[in-house]
Design a protein around this ligand. Structure first.
Ligand SMILES: C=C1C[C@]23C[C@@]1(O)CC[C@H]2[C@@]12CC[C@H](O)[C@@](C)(C(=O)O1)[C@H]2[C@@H]3C(=O)O
Ligand SMILES: O=C(O)CCC(=O)C(=O)O
Ligand SMILES: [Fe+2]
Length: 331
């Protein structure tokens, strides 16, 4: 006899309080990349929120839709097949376990290094028929999103009056850039109410360690960012736009002027969420330090370290940990 069981969600982190906290904003900053004043607005958004939405970008809709449909195909395949592309170590297919240190969430995902052929071998076993399709879709999407990230970083440098303006973008363009790409699928969780929970945590609160992360999702909301006043703000979904996060490395490069934004994802009881995120990181050997032109005689708040050192340390932490604290100078 086959016994069908409901998914075991009792062990998952939840959000209990169901009241809606008052928010002092109605929406997050929206940056129109085609406008000349966008450089100053980007700087303001990074200072105030560490987060903004980008419209009028040049990423072809065709690349986005192609990748989305390949991702849907992948996540719809039988679990036994998907598991062949795992475990995520950190790269590969992961299901509910996030990272290597005990974090869990109501999510399944694929994590890839953007400059490694190795990932695709894991894929090949799963997508048996034609792994080239997803490989090509990821490549087209990532190259185009990386180009947009560089445009944003150059505008940011202009807004900060930093010379040369490619000081940040060249780190992502470097062939050794240690960037990561992630596809997250949050299946709907219809049993939430039974557990007296308002929401289940899809992806627990954290900051991203890299320079900048670029997120695109389908039209299911769930992403929240932590505001300076301590309230979580639910970001309305918009499948035609991108959302940009300041990462820990950019916080250090601006000597704390920009803060890496804490964010998390809550699951939906009806709709599934699919997100794709490009995490733009520097080469492993790169020194992560405040940009000299932003210092004007001020002391660095951080000890000297390379991206390799930071990443090694970050990957030993739990999601919600403050990873930069170990690298702060005690002034
Ligand atoms: C719990 C973890 C997952 C993570 C590595 C870490 O130990 C701490 C940082 C996490 C994070 C958050 C942003 C990205 O999704 C990610 C790929 C990254 O670079 O840092 C994940 C890591 C992961 O899922 O392996
Ligand atoms: O899936 C999302 O919408 C955000 C996930 C995220 O923050 C991450 O993967 O680092
Ligand atoms: Fe994140």
């Amino acid at each position: 006899m086959v016994v069908l069981t409901k998914p075991a969600i009792t062990h998952f982190p939840i959000v209990k309080n169901s009241f809606k906290s008052p928010s002092y904003i109605n929406d997050i900053p929206v940056i129109d990349l085609s406008k000349a004043n966008s450089k100053n607005l980007i700087v303001n958004a990074c200072e105030e929120f560490g987060f903004f939405k980008v419209i009028n970008h040049d990423v072809p809709m065709e690349f986005i839709s192609k990748l989305e449909s390949e991702a849907v195909k992948f996540f719809s395949s039988p679990l036994s097949e998907k598991l062949k592309a795992g475990p995520a170590d950190p790269f590969g297919y992961g299901n509910k376990k996030i990272g290597q240190n005990g974090d869990i969430g109501w999510v399944e995902y694929i994590l890839l290094s953007t400059n490694s052929e190795f990932n695709y071998q894991k894929f090949a076993s799963v997508l048996g028929v034609n792994p080239e399709n997803i490989r090509a879709a990821v490549n087209d999407y990532v190259s185009s999103v990386k180009k947009m990230s560089c445009e944003i970083l150059e505008k940011l440098a202009e807004g900060l009056k930093i010379q040369p303006t490619n000081v940040l973008s060249k780190l992502l363009m470097d062939e050794k850039s240690d960037s990561v790409f992630r596809l997250n699928h949050y299946p709907p969780c219809p049993d939430i109410q039974e557990f007296n929970a308002k929401n289940l945590i899809g992806f627990g609160e954290h900051t991203d360690p890299q320079i900048m992360s670029i997120l695109r999702s389908n039209n299911t909301s769930g992403l929240q960012i932590l505001l300076k006043n301590g309230n979580w703000f639910s970001v309305p979904s918009d499948q035609n736009s991108f959302f940009v996060n300041v990462g820990d490395s950019l916080q250090v490069m601006t000597n704390g002027r920009f803060k890496s934004v804490k964010h998390r994802v809550l699951t939906n009881s009806v709709k599934s969420r699919l997100s794709m995120i490009y995490f733009g990181g520097p080469p492993l050997s790169e020194k992560i330090a405040p940009l000299p032109s932003l210092m004007e005689g001020k002391d660095s708040l951080y000890k000297e370290f390379t991206w390799f050192e930071y990443k090694k340390s970050a990957y030993k932490t739990r999601l919600a940990d403050n990873r930069l604290v170990l690298f702060e100078k005690s002034l």
